[in-house]
Design a protein around this ligand. Sequence first.
Ligand SMILES: CC(C)(COP(=O)(O)OP(=O)(O)OC[C@H]1O[C@@H](n2cnc3c(N)ncnc32)[C@H](O)[C@@H]1OP(=O)(O)O)[C@@H](O)C(=O)NCCC(=O)NCCS
Length: 335
Amino acid sequence: MTINLVVRPFEERDYAAIAEVFNAAWPDQAHTETALREDDDHAPQIKWGRFVAEIDHRIVGVGEYTQFEGMYHPQRFAAWVTVRPEFRSQGIGKALYRQVVAALEPHDPISILSSTREDQTAAIAWLHKLGYLEKMKYWESRLDVQAFDFAPYAGKIEAAEAAGFELKCLKELESDPEYQQKSYDLWLEARLDVPRPDAISEVGFEDYCKWVFGSSYYLPEAYFVAVDTKTGQYVAMSTLWKSDGDYLGTGLTGTRRAYRRLGLALALKLKGIRFARERGVKEIRTGNESNNRAMLSINEAMGFVKQPIWADYVLTIKEEAAMPAATLATAREES
Ligand SMILES: CC(C)(COP(=O)(O)OP(=O)(O)OC[C@H]1O[C@@H](n2cnc3c(N)ncnc32)[C@H](O)[C@@H]1OP(=O)(O)O)[C@@H](O)C(=O)NCCC(=O)NCCS
C-alpha cells in the first residue's frame, strides 16, 4: 500500500502536534508545547532544525538536529527521529532522517549523536545499521516520594549544619544581591566532573541565568545549596525542577571537589525529598550515567528505582583531524 507521505520543514504552528508525537512515542514522559518552546530557545551559536512527516495532513513523525550548549563544538551535532508507534515500519523514519542528514551537510558535521532506550529494539538496530556506535549509558531512576523512609537518615541534615554549613534553597537567599553569581560559580565547578559523551564547553553567566532563572520549570524553593558559613561560598547543590507531569525532575547534584564526602549532597537531596513530600508530590525522577558510582550509590541507597537504560550513540563522520571514517553519503545509503 502506498502512503501519502509529505516531509516538510517544521513551522511555528506545529508545536502542539509534535508534542503529541513525542507523547505517543514516550508515554511515560510529559512533553508539552511550553517545554518544547523553551528547549528551542537556543543560544545564537546553536545550529538546529526540524522536519515533520505528514500523512493526510496529520503529523505522524518528527526529525530534528541540534547542538548542545554545554558541549558545544561547531561541527558536532545531535539528531533524533521519532515516529508515532502505529506508523512505524513504513519508511517514515528513513524519509525524516534523509532530510535531517541533507540539512546537516552544509554544516560539514564531524559527528552526530543520537539516543534511545534499551526497550526500543528497532531503533537500536536502525542506529547500528546506520553506523552509530554506543557511547554512554544513563539510567533514569524514580523515587516514590510518599513511601520514602526518612528514618535511616535521621540527623544527617543536622550533622551537615553542625559541621558549618547552611542548607538553603535559593528562595531563601534571594535577598543577597550576589546569589545568582554565587550559584553560577558553584555550578561551574559542580558540572566539571559530570560524565558526558563529548567535551564540556563554557557557558556564560547570562546563559546560565536564562536557563535557570528564566525557565518556567525553575523552582527556587527546591534549588538547594550548601553555604560554607566561614566563607559565604556556595559549595554544594542539588536541584529539583517542575515538570509537566506528576513528578519533579532532578537537576544537577554536585559538590565542589574540596568539600566531597562530607555528607553535603546527601543532606541536600534529603531536603529536596522533604520539600516534595510536603508538597504532596508523587515521584522524583533523576538520570545518572551508568558508571557514576558516587551519585548512583546515593540514589540507590535512597531507594530510587532504575528504569530501562538509555544510551547515547555516535556516528563518527570524520575524525577531528579530518580523517574520513564514514561519509554522510554512506550513512544515507545504509539508511
Ligand atoms: C556525586 C557527588 C555530588 C557526591 O557529593 P558528596 O557531597 O561528596 O556526597 P556525600 O558526601 O553526601 O556522600 C554521601 C554518601 O554517598 C556515597 N558516596 C559519595 N561519593 C562516593 C564515591 N566517590 N564513591 C562511592 N560512594 C560515594 C557514600 O556512601 C557517602 O557516604 P560516606 O562518605 O559516609 O561513605 C559528587 O561526587 C560530585 O559532585 N560529583 C560530580 C557531579 C556529578 O556527577 N553529579 C551527578 C550528576 S548526575
